[in-house]
Design a protein around this ligand. Structure first.
Ligand code: PLP
Length: 385
């Protein structure tokens, strides 16, 4: 048991993450390791295909159903509000390309966003849609600045749950409320928060979010979750609708001669064709693990580890670039030291077998729930005093 998190027995879960035997892995904001449960689930799928091709497809569909239910339960949504996507970008594109734009409309994002949440909006320039960039202040995106960027032609605000560089956690509640008041859609790039921090769409007025599995969800790359609030379904034109997007599309009782079936009236209309079942088996196992532990316990654990890290870094005279207000904290802590190239710090940590990221001449650290206090201390000790 760890002192900071008495109800979560970390030692029971660490063996599920063999990465801990090879590295001190503190880089979940990049591409995270998967657990043995994910590997077993993916193997199970491939073993099945190896032996029987698609014969057991009905059983796979049950697995997909369970993964969808777990994805929904993780965020307080209904399964009908979840579509599986191939990456974060795909979900953002469903929103960007699905809105019925008129020339002169605008979309609001921020100038510090990861490019995945910029290109889908900038691409709309060819339809006469402007992308507006809110500038962060001191690494924080202020709700008042977002408000000031809105006008009568704003159709959507799209921001990250957690900023990839400094870990700033957006006030989704306040932003969503603002958007609702102004009749503007609210879209969230959730990849840097989902799986680490609680996001409850039953309380938080987010209309859409998208997140690939490969970071905090501890799932494979190339399979992610797109959320579309039920009441917003008709606000998006499903431009990628295909034979799986329509009602009664099944493999085992197919009617391949009907071409006029109506669109599904749930988020599965965004799944146009055959799914990435291997990825879905893996994502399903990852979601089940997160739910078994509980997102609140995961969040508390991550914040306890980052508290320790921040305190140690400050004691050693490092400058923390991540916002320190409790409500703005996340699993990401970014730091640098004056006069010391971050490249050197990064190299030094790498030599000590401690894996973190180098971003914009700063070091970005991102522990998950299974990391230990000892690993945080090892990082602190490996840094120049
Ligand atoms: C905030 C953010 N959005 C999106 C992505 C990745 O997008 P995708 O899943 O489409 O590759 C990253 C990856 O680093 C990210 O940090």
């Amino acid at each position: 048991m760890t002192p900071n998190c008495p109800t979560l027995d970390i030692e029971a879960y660490r063996p599920l993450f063999p990465v801990t035997q090879h590295h001190i892995f503190l880089n979940h904001a990049a591409v995270a390791p998967v657990s043995t449960r994910v590997v077993e689930a993916v193997n199970e799928y491939f073993t099945d295909v190896l032996r029987a091709g698609g014969t057991n497809e009905p059983a796979w569909l049950e697995r997909v159903k369970k993964a969808r239910a777990d994805a929904a339960a993780l965020v307080g949504a209904e399964p009908e509000e979840i579509a599986f996507v191939k990456n974060t970008t795909e979900g953002l594109l469903f929103v960007a390309n699905g809105i019925r734009w008129r020339e002169g409309d605008n979309a609001v994002t921020a100038s510090c966003e990861f490019p995945a949440n910029v290109y889908p909006w900038r691409n709309l320039a060819r339809w006469g849609v402007e992308t507006r960039f809110v500038k962060p202040r001191g690494g924080r995106i202020l709700v008042d600045d977002v408000r000031a960027a809105l006008d009568r032609r704003t159709r959507v605000v799209s921001l990250s749950f957690v900023q990839y560089f400094n870990g700033f956690r957006a006030d989704l509640e306040a932003l969503g409320t603002l958007c609702r008041e102004r009749g503007v859609l609210f879209c969230v790039d959730a990849i840097q928060g989902l799986g680490a921090l609680q996001l409850d769409v039953s309380r938080t007025p987010v209309d859409f979010f998208s997140a690939d599995g490969h970071k905090w969800l501890l799932a494979p790359e190339g399979i992610g979750v797109f959320y579309c609030r039920r009441e917003r379904l008709e606000d998006l034109e499903p431009l990628e609708a295909g034979w799986w997007s329509v009602q009664k599309a099944t493999y085992y009782a197919p009617d391949y001669s009907t071409y006029t079936a109506p669109l599904r009236n749930d988020a599965q209309r965004f799944e146009p064709g055959t799914r990435n079942n291997a990825g879905l088996f893996g994502l399903g196992a990852a979601l089940a693990l997160l739910r078994e532990i509980g997102i609140l316990r995961i969040e508390a654990r991550i914040l306890a580890l980052t508290d320790r890290l921040i305190e140690g870094l400050q004691r050693r005279g490092y400058t923390i670039l991540s916002p320190l207000r409790p409500a703005e904290r996340s699993g990401i802590v970014t730091f640098r030291r004056k006069g010391q190239p971050a490249l050197q710090l990064h190299r030094r940590l790498r030599e000590a077998n401690i894996l973190v990221s180098l971003r914009h001449n700063a070091v970005r650290v991102s522990p998950h729930f299974y990391n230990t206090e000892e690993e945080i201390d090892a990082l602190l000790e490996a840094l120049p005093a």
